[in-house]
Design a protein around this ligand. Structure first.
Ligand SMILES: [Zn+2]
Length: 454
C-alpha cells in the first residue's frame, strides 16, 4: 500500500510540469480565436445608459477592446448584432440547479426529493437546468445548497473543464446549519444520518463551524451558505463572524438563509455578505443593510398560473420596494427549483427553466422598480454579490471574460425585452445565435480546458 502511494505521488509530480506548460488554468495554449461583435446599442448597467454602434473584440475567452472606433482585426469572425441591444450576462444570486421538486411523487415536499432522486440523477438535472438558464442569458449562477452530495461543485467543475457549456456556477456545497438544519428530522432520520443528510452539514460549536467550512471549501465550494435562524437556537453574531473569517481564508463569502427579524439583525450586526430571503425585515433594517453594503437576495416569487398567490407577490413586492427605497444593494434571485404540469405558455408549449427564472420580473415590476435599476440588479449588483468581479468577470470591459448577451428592443425602455435573449456568448464562445442554441462545437469528450480547473 505504501509503495502504491509513493508511485502515485511520483506520477503526480511528473504530471505537474505538464500542467504548467498548458498555461493558465490548465488551458491549452495556441492561437486564440478572435471575434468582432457589432452592437447596435450597448448598455452599461452601472450607469443605466446606452451607446450606439459599438464594436466589441474578443480574443480567446476575454474581451480585448470595446468602443465606437475599434478596428476589426483581420481574420476575425464578425457577428452582426447591429439591430440588437447588447448587454453583459445576467446573475441569479439564489437558486438550486440540482433540485426539482414535483407534485408527483413527492407532493411538492422538497424533503422527499432527497429520498426520491439520487445525487447522480440530480447532477444530470442540473446540467440540463444550467443549459436552459444560460439560454435565458444567465451567465453567473449562485447555486446555494440543496444539491445532494455536492452535485453543485461537480457541475461547476464539469463546465470549467469544458465537458459541457454552462454559466459560471458559484456553488456552496452543503448548507451548514445547527442541529436539525432546515428540517424537522425524526430521531430515526437524525441518529443514523442516512436520510436527508447529506443535504445539510451540522455545526454547533466553534470547532464544528471551522471544520464544516473547511470541508465545503475542500470539496469545491466558492461561497459558504448557512441556515442562520432555521431553528430557535440559530447562530449568534460571534458564530456568524467566525463563518465569515474562516470562509475568507478560502476566498469565499457567506450567504445566509434568514427568515426572522431577529436573525436578520444578527446577520446585519455580523456584517454578512448576502442575506437570502429576509422577508420579515423592517425599513430600519433595510437602512442598516444599505449602510453596511449587505446584498439582498430576497427570492421574490411572482403570482403565476403555476405558482404563488396575489397576496404573496404583494408582500414580496412591498419588501423589495422598501429595500430599493432605502438603497440596499438588491439582486435578482429566485429559488426557481420546482416543476409542475401547469408550467406552459398559452400556446401549450412548456416553459423552460430559464423562462421560469426570468419570469420573477413580475414581482420587480409590481414593486415599481424602474427598468435601469432592475438591469443593475440583474448584472452589476449580481456580480458583486456573487463576488466574480475579482476574477474579471461581469461587465463588458477590456480584459474581462467575454460573457455577452443580446436582446431585441430596448430593456431600458421596456424591461420585458430581457425575456427574449437572442444571443449568448460565454467565455468568448457563441452558445446561442439568432435565438437558436448551437452547442455542437462546445461539446467535448474530455476536459479540454484542463482537468485542473475547478
Ligand atoms: Zn433557496
Amino acid at each position: 500500500m505504501l509503495k502504491r502511494v509513493i508511485v502515485a505521488t511520483a506520477l503526480l509530480s511528473l504530471a505537474s510540469p505538464g500542467l504548467h506548460a498548458q498555461g493558465r488554468g490548465g488551458q491549452p495554449s495556441g492561437p486564440q480565436k478572435t471575434t468582432a461583435i457589432r452592437a447596435g446599442r450597448l448598455i452599461d448597467p452601472e450607469t443605466g445608459t446606452a451607446a450606439t454602434n459599438q464594436i466589441i473584440v474578443t480574443e480567446g475567452e476575454r474581451i480585448r477592446d470595446v468602443g465606437p472606433n475599434v478596428p476589426i482585426p483581420s481574420g476575425a469572425e464578425v457577428i452582426d448584432l447591429s439591430r440588437m441591444t447588447v448587454l453583459p450576462g445576467f446573475v441569479d444570486t439564489h437558486t438550486h440547479e440540482a433540485m426539482t421538486y414535483k407534485e408527483v411523487p413527492e407532493n411538492n415536499v422538497y424533503y422527499y426529493t432527497y429520498v426520491a432522486d439520487s445525487t447522480a440523477l440530480r447532477a444530470i438535472q442540473a446540467a440540463s437546468n444550467t443549459l436552459q438558464s444560460l439560454s435565458a442569458g444567465f451567465t453567473v449562477i449562485c447555486d446555494v445548497g440543496n444539491n445532494g452530495l455536492y452535485a453543485d461543485t461537480a457541475l461547476r467543475a464539469a463546465i470549467e473543464q469544458g465537458w459541457i457549456p454552462g454559466p459560471t456556477i458559484i456553488p456552496s456545497g452543503l448548507i451548514i446549519g445547527t442541529t436539525g438544519g432546515q428540517f424537522n428530522p425524526t430521531p430515526e432520520m437524525y441518529k443514523s444520518h442516512n436520510i436527508v443528510y447529506p443535504e445539510y452539514l451540522e455545526a454547533n460549536s466553534r470547532d464544528e463551524i471551522v471544520k464544516a467550512v473547511r470541508e465545503n471549501l475542500l470539496f469545491g465550494a466558492k461561497v459558504i451558505k448557512i441556515c442562520l435562524d432555521c431553528k430557535p437556537w440559530g447562530y449568534s453574531v460571534d458564530d456568524i463572524k467566525l463563518f465569515i473569517s474562516e470562509a475568507a481564508r478560502g476566498g469565499a463569502k457567506v450567504n445566509a438563509h434568514v427568515q426572522t427579524r431577529d436573525g436578520a439583525q444578527r446577520a446585519i450586526d455580523a456584517g454578512l455578505h448576502v442575506i437570502s430571503h429576509g422577508q420579515q425585515m423592517t425599513p430600519e433594517q433595510h437602512a442598516q443593510m444599505a449602510q453596511k453594503s449587505i446584498y439582498l437576495a430576497s427570492t421574490d416569487t411572482p403570482f403565476t398560473p403555476y405558482r404563488g398567490s396575489a397576496q404573496g407577490q404583494k408582500r414580496a413586492a412591498d419588501q423589495l420596494r422598501s429595500a430599493w427605497e432605502k438603497g440596499v444593494p438588491i439582486t435578482f434571485s429566485t429559488d426557481m427549483d420546482y416543476w409542475n404540469e401547469k408550467m406552459k405558455k398559452a400556446n401549450g408549449e412548456w416553459l423552460d427553466r430559464g423562462e421560469l427564472t426570468i419570469n420573477f420580473l413580475l414581482t420587480w415590476k409590481a414593486a415599481g422598480i424602474p427598468p435601469k435599476d432592475i438591469l443593475k440588479a440583474l448584472t452589476i449588483t449580481g456580480y458583486k454579490a456573487a463576488d466574480v468581479l475579482k476574477d474579471q468577470r461581469g461587465p463588458i470591459k477590456a480584459g474581462f471574460y467575454a460573457d455577452i448577451i443580446a436582446v431585441q428592443g430596448d430593456p431600458l425602455q421596456d424591461i420585458d425585452a430581457v425575456r427574449n435573449v437572442q444571443f449568448v456568448m460565454k467565455n468568448g464562445e457563441v452558445f446561442k445565435k439568432n435565438g437558436v442554441i448551437t452547442i455542437d462545437k462546445l461539446l467535448h469528450p474530455g476536459p479540454v480546458n484542463g482537468f485542473g480547473r475547478r
